[in-house]
Ligand binder design. Structure first.
Ligand code: FMN
Length: 233
C-alpha cells in the first residue's frame, strides 16, 4: 500500500507548516509513501478544454503530467494546503481542479480510495481541510481524517511585522507588538496538532492494511454525494 503526500505550500519545506504536517502523517501511517511539494511547480487550473473526456488524461502540458501517474498509482492521499484568504491557495486549487480528468464516464481510477486533508493558516487551517475534503468527495475518495494547524504568517518574518498597519500582527496583538522568536507559531510545537497528525496517519495506515473494500467506500461516497446534490437543489 502506497500513500502519496502532496504539500501545496509554495514555501520551503523547512518553514512550511503544511509540509511538516503532511510528513508527520505519512510517517505515522507505517506505509510506503512519497511526499511531493508543489513548491516551484508550474500547475495551472483546469481550462475546461474537455480533452480528457475520452481517455481521462489531461492534455495540458505542465507539471501536473508527471504527477498524474503518481496519483493513479497511489492507494491513498495526504494533501495539504495553506490558508490564503480563508481558502486553499491557488496552487493547491489548481492541482485539485485538474482531478477533473478522472471524472468522466467509467473512470474509476480514484474511486473508493482513502485520504487525509491538511490545512495550515496564520489563524487556522480548518477551512482548507473542508475544501480539500470537498474535492476528494467529488472523486468518491473518503476523507478519514482532517488535520488543521496554526502556521507562521509571513508578517512574523517579513521585516515590517511590528509596524505594518495592514499586517496580521498589529491586528492580532495591537500597536507596539514585539516579535519574539518563541512566539512564532510552529505546527511542530503544538502538541494537540502533532497528536492529531499522528492519529490521522495511524488511522489511515490501519484502514489500508486491514483490507478495506474499495467498492464499499465508492458506494458510500456515491450515496453521500447524491444526497448532497439533492439537498442543494
Ligand atoms: C497571500 C496570503 C494570504 C493569507 N491569508 C490568510 C488567511 O486568510 N487566513 C489565515 O489564517 N492565514 C492566512 N495566511 C497565512 C498562511 O496561511 C500561513 O503563513 C501558513 O503558515 C502558510 O502555510 P505554510 O507555512 O505551509 O506555507 C495568508 C498568507 C498569504 C501568503
Amino acid at each position: 500500500m502506497k500513500i502519496l503526500g502532496i504539500s501545496g505550500s509554495g514555501r520551503a519545506p523547512e518553514v512550511s507548516g503544511v509540509y511538516k504536517l503532511v510528513q508527520t502523517i505519512l510517517e505515522a501511517s507505517g506505509c510506503d509513501y512519497e511526499l511531493v511539494t508543489l513548491r516551484g511547480k508550474n500547475i495551472g487550473g483546469c481550462t475546461a478544454c474537455l480533452g480528457c473526456v475520452k481517455d481521462n488524461v489531461c492534455k495540458v502540458q505542465d507539471d501536473m503530467a508527471p504527477l498524474r501517474d503518481k496519483i493513479v498509482e497511489a492507494d491513498a492521499y495526504v494533501i495539504g494546503a495553506p490558508n490564503y484568504y480563508s481558502g486553499i491557495n491557488a496552487l493547491t486549487h489548481a492541482l485539485l481542479e485538474r482531478l477533473y480528468q478522472f471524472r468522466h464516464q467509467e473512470a474509476d481510477l480514484l474511486w473508493g480510495k482513502l485520504a487525509v486533508a491538511v490545512g495550515v493558516g496564520g489563524s487556522s487551517g480548518n477551512l482548507c481541510c473542508d475544501e480539500i475534503e470537498k474535492f476528494f468527495s467529488y472523486s468518491f475518495i473518503e476523507t478519514v481524517a482532517k488535520v488543521s494547524g496554526q502556521g507562521a504568517a509571513s508578517c512574523y518574518t517579513c521585516g515590517y511585522g511590528e509596524t505594518c498597519k495592514v499586517g496580521a500582527l498589529i491586528m492580532i496583538y495591537g500597536e507596539g507588538v514585539k516579535i519574539r522568536q518563541e512566539d512564532i507559531p510552529d505546527v511542530t510545537k503544538q502538541p494537540e496538532v502533532v497528536a492529531a497528525a499522528a492519529e490521522a496517519g495511524k488511522l489511515l495506515g490501519q484502514r489500508l492494511r486491514h483490507g478495506y473494500d474499495r467498492r464499499e467506500v465508492t458506494e458510500k461516497m456515491q450515496k453521500l454525494m447524491m444526497e448532497k446534490f439533492k439537498s442543494s437543489t
